[in-house]
Structures are given as C-alpha cells and as structure tokens.
Design a protein around this ligand. Structure first.
Ligand SMILES: C[S@@+](CC[C@H](N)C(=O)[O-])C[C@H]1O[C@@H](n2cnc3c(N)ncnc32)[C@H](O)[C@@H]1O
Length: 303
C-alpha cells in the first residue's frame, strides 16, 4: 500500500506538469478529500498507508484536476469567511477577496444597529447576484454570532437570475441553519417590488460579474468550469454594475449604502461611473487584504 507521503510526491509532480501553480496544496486537499480527512491530518501523517478505495478516489480526483477542474468543485466544498460552503458548477466559487466586502458590510450593519434607539424597523440588507450564497450566508452567520436577530434586527434578501445558483444558495443557508431569516428571489438584479411592501434597502451588497468579455478567454482554465454569467461583465466589465447603479435611486433608503465588489483595475473607472449615474452621491474605494482596489462604497445623501 502506498503511503500518504509517497502519493503526495507523485501527485504534486503530476499536477505541476499539468500547469497547476498550487500543485502541492492541491494534492494535499485532494488526498484529504479522498481519504475523508482534513488537510492538516494529511500533512501530519505522511507515513500512514492509503487503502485501495481511497487511492482510487484520489486517482479520479487527480485526473479531474489535471484536466483543469477547480479543486473546490472536485471536493464540493470551499471555505469562505470561516465557513464551509457547498460549491458546484451551478455557481461561482467564492473568492477570498470577497471577504473584504463581508467585513465592510458587517461593520456597516453593526454601526447602524448601534445608532438605533427605540427603532423597530430592521436594517434591510440585500445581496444581489448571490451565487452560492457566500456573502448573504456569511453575513447571516456572522450577525447571529454578534447576537443580532435575523428577521427582527436585520432582514437579508438574496437574489440571482440563475435559478440553479439560487438553489445552491438556499442549500448553503440551510446547511448553516440561516435559511429562516433569509429570503431568496429569482430576479434580474432585484425584484420589481422589494419585500415588506417595497420597503427600501439600507445596505445593498453585490459581487456582480466584472471581467471584461475579451478577458474571459485569458482566465485560468479553472474559470472555464464556472458559469459564464458569473464572470462576464461586458465590454469594459462594468455593464452589470452600471445597471445596478441605475436601480439605486429606486431601491436605496436615504443614507443607504451600496458596497460593490470591483476588479483590481476598476478603482478609478467604477467611482467615475457613480459620478456619471448618481450625481451628488458619495463614492469611495477600499482595498482588499492584498492592497488592491476591491470594494466600491456608494452612499446616498440624506435628501
Ligand atoms: C461573480 S458571481 C458572485 C457570486 C457570489 N455573490 C460570490 O461572491 O461568490 C455573480 C453572480 O451574479 C449573478 N448575476 C449576474 N447578472 C445578474 C443579474 N442581472 N441579476 C441577478 N444576478 C445576476 C450570476 O448568476 C452570479 O451568480
């Protein structure tokens, strides 16, 4: 029987040759998946033997990875904001840089709740283009951990125009016991009438597609396994964001805030689009952990 260490060495070599830039990490994650253990156990037990069934599962996973399929789709799981999300080709794999959006949104919600005295209206939040539900579910779980009651203190609406993605988002919400406090709606950006009789949103979050159409072919092969509608942002990458900006006057409450993920090369054009579409509204850009422009903040003035 081969040992964990032996399988890792040969797998990392194969994956490197197939073009993976994270060959060793991929091999550890996939072997952990094949033997039903986490990666730390794989790294810690290099001399342990691997049985025939697990070795066969590992071989199948390696073949898929060599063909370019993302590790997350093979394992069916991706960690995001400290939570394990079910992932499959119905939706984009959540990216670590999107955690910056969640952190900014949490700070915004907590500040608003802290300012409310005797206000019985919840803080209304929407996640537009929810995909796997990563942003909305991470928000729900993190708020619950801060003793914020979903439904009473905050409401969370999650939308997508992909019914498949919405199904996955619902599954993730159920998996994290957060579904009761959330609403999932199949819509082009937002439904014509918002929930709660059209009550306006206080905080709108969105990680809409922002890759330029002509840049899609140049993405890593792994991206070709993800839905194109989750990536393609049109000629300059900003079509979906501009369409959402155009909806903000109708859906955002006074002093409401939209936090929109943007591409690292959109730090100047995205606020310029706000100035074009929403004169008088404030726009600023915050970086992600890598220091790259990532979160566009758009604030509606008081009146
Ligand atoms: C970049 S993915 C982000 C998914 C998820 N929010 C995340 O951060 O991992 C964009 C998502 O927006 C959805 N989408 C694209 N255009 C949309 C539109 N006009 N209305 C609603 N959803 C849209 C796609 O189906 C996809 O699920």
């Amino acid at each position: 029987m081969p040992t964990i260490g032996e399988l890792l060495v040969s797998a990392a070599t194969r994956l490197r040759e197939s073009g993976s830039e994270t060959a060793r990490l991929d091999a550890e994650l996939l072997l952990g998946y094949a033997i039903g253990a986490d990666r730390t156990a794989v790294v810690a037990h290099r001399d342990a033997p691997v049985g025939a069934d697990a070795a066969a599962r590992f071989e199948e996973a390696l073949r898929r990875r060599e063909a370019g399929e993302p590790v997350a789709y093979i394992r069916g799981i991706k960690e995001f904001h400290g939570l394990a999300f079910a992932v499959d080709p119905r939706a984009l794999i959540p990216r670590p840089e999107t955690e910056a959006l969640v952190d900014a949104a949490l700070a915004e919600v907590m500040a608003r709740l802290g300012r409310r005295v005797g206000d019985t209206e919840p803080v209304r939040i929407a996640d537009v283009g929810t995909g796997s539900g990563a942003i909305a579910v991470a928000m729900a779980v993190a708020l619950r951990g801060r003793r914020v009651q979903l439904g009473r203190d905050v409401t969370i609406l999650a939308t997508d125009r992909s019914a498949d993605a919405l199904d996955l988002a619902r599954e993730n919400a159920v998996g994290h016991a957060a579904a009761d406090g959330m609403r999932f709606v199949d819509a082009d950006l937002l439904p014509p009438v918002l929930p709660d009789d059209g009550a306006r949103l206080d905080i709108l979050l969105a990680n809409l597609p922002y890759v330029r159409s002509d840049a899609i072919a140049g993405l890593a092969i792994a991206a070709s396994f993800e839905p194109r509608d989750a990536l393609d942002g049109g000629a300059d990458g900003l079509d979906p964001i501009r369409a959402l900006l155009a909806r903000l006057p109708d859906v955002l409450a006074a002093e409401g805030v939209a936090l929109l993920e943007i591409g690292a090369d959109q730090g100047e054009v995205a606020p310029a689009a706000v100035a074009d579409h929403l004169p008088g509204w404030r726009a600023s850009v915050a970086p992600d952990l890598a220091g790259l422009p990532r979160v566009l903040r758009v604030e509606r003035p008081r009146s």
